[in-house]
Design a protein around this ligand. Structure first.
Ligand code: 0X9
Ligand code: ZN
Length: 396
């Protein structure tokens, strides 16, 4: 019996009793940042200092491979999970849990049946439905250009669920507005606010944040998780991703090895009308576009001009900084590299607010961060919905 208990506590300690380390580096060039992002994932930067919250495994990797860039380490104890309650910690209850999101979808579908439909694109690793909203007048049957807007590939980036969900809600409630009417008649608009519901709900379980990033794929009984934003196919396995399961940028055993990314792949393949994709993440206030896995720009000048113009226009509303994703750091297997390379879908990653916050707090900016982030990003989303018929119209 004792033996069983010891084994169980070892297994659970790999999931529960964790330490996370705030590591600081001095690195002022994209080259130096990419040296770091080859080993771990980066969370924020301020001038020539960058930082990341890493687990034990990743700290060891840093010490082995890039000790010369390391300037400081502060260790945080992640509290053990005291219960099963899937609710946000006190003060943050305004954020949508998975159950609340499903309820909200039901309510919107019921209130606006002519143009709101909820549907699932598949199931997560733990078996949760991956719920999406389809906004379009169902009775108008013609081919319509499509757009997909996603959130929470990464578990701890909860704001990236609330922003698309609340933007969808505002858009629906604005349906008497002429411009919104027009778009509901002429576009297929898809919102998928929680790509990684297992990870997101694990991150809040017991009302304790766990700074969890990946999905909940497990080896035996211990979750190690796959970084869903390293699991797409274009350039999979390249720089800025890891083949080690314990790494926070673990890419999985093969491209699309995860049910969550597989479901997105299948959905996009089945809906060839999707021309634009927006993937919400947090944080740093950035607008990122391909490529992310190489410093080379995308090859065609016309495409590049369209991307740059779109990013510039959107930054006027949200004041986020536009850049090629690899300029932040090089990372392989992300959503946008795949969407662009395999489907010629104009794809942006938005890193939401805050622009900068030292330590783990950037992922948990409190409920007061929700409304400003929704306000800042409503117009960029409507702009992209509009452009889905022909993104090149921004330069033609
Ligand atoms: O590293 C990521 O997956 C994204 N940042 S996050 O802090 N939300 O994890 C950025 C992905 C952008 N793509 C590349 N830099 N390749
Ligand atoms: Zn992210």
């Amino acid at each position: 019996m004792k033996k069983v208990l010891i084994i169980l506590s070892i297994i659970s300690s790999t999931v529960l009793g964790r330490e996370m380390h705030l590591v600081e580096f001095s690195a002022n060039s994209p080259e130096e940042r990419s040296l770091i992002s080859n080993v771990i994932h980066l969370d924020g930067m301020n001038g020539d200092t960058v930082f990341s919250m890493v687990n034990d495994h990743d700290l060891n990797q840093i010490i082995s491979y890039i000790p010369f860039l390391l300037s400081n380490v502060t260790t945080f104890k992640i509290e053990d999970n005291p219960g099963q309650e899937e609710e946000y910690p006190q003060g943050d209850e305004k954020y949508y849990t998975y159950a609340e999101m499903v309820e909200k979808f039901r309510e919107l579908e019921k209130s606006y049946p002519e143009f709101v439909r909820m549907f699932s694109i598949g199931k997560s690793f733990e078996g949760r439905e991956l719920w999406a909203l389809h906004l379009t007048y169902q009775k108008v049957k013609k081919s319509k250009p499509g757009i997909l807007i996603t959130g929470s590939h990464h578990a701890r980036e909860h704001l990236s669920t609330d922003v698309p969900l609340r933007i969808a809600e505002r858009f629906i409630k604005n349906s008497s507005n002429m411009n919104v009417q027009e778009l509901l008649l002429n576009r297929d608009i898809y919102f998928l606010p929680m790509v990684n519901p297992d990870g997101a709900m694990w991150d809040i379980r017991g009302r304790n944040y766990k700074i969890w990033r990946k999905n909940m794929r497990s080896a035996g009984r211990a979750a190690y998780g796959v970084d869903l934003n390293r699991n797409y196919s274009h350039g999979w396995g390249g720089p800025g991703s890891s083949d080690r399961a314990a790494s926070d940028i673990y890419r999985g055993v093969s491209p699309f090895s995860e049910p969550e990314t597989q479901a997105i792949k299948k959905f996009v393949e089945e809906n060839e009308n999707i021309n634009v994709l927006l993937s919400f993440h947090s944080f740093s206030e950035l607008i990122l576009y391909p490529w992310g896995n190489t410093n080379s720009p995308i090859p065609n000048e016309r495409d590049r001009r369209a991307y740059e113009r779109m990013a510039e226009e959107m930054s006027r509303w949200n004041d986020y900084r536009p850049m090629q994703a690899s300029e932040l750091y090089v990372a392989s297997g992300d959503t946008c590299d795949w969407a662009w390379a395999d489907h010629q879908i104009f794809c942006f990653t938005f890193e939401l607010s805050p622009q900068y916050q030292w330590g783990p707090g950037g992922f948990y900016p409190g409920s007061e961060a929700i409304d400003p982030a929704v306000n800042d990003n409503y117009d960029p989303v409507v702009y992209l919905i509009n452009l889905a018929d022909n993104p090149y119209k921004v330069i033609d």
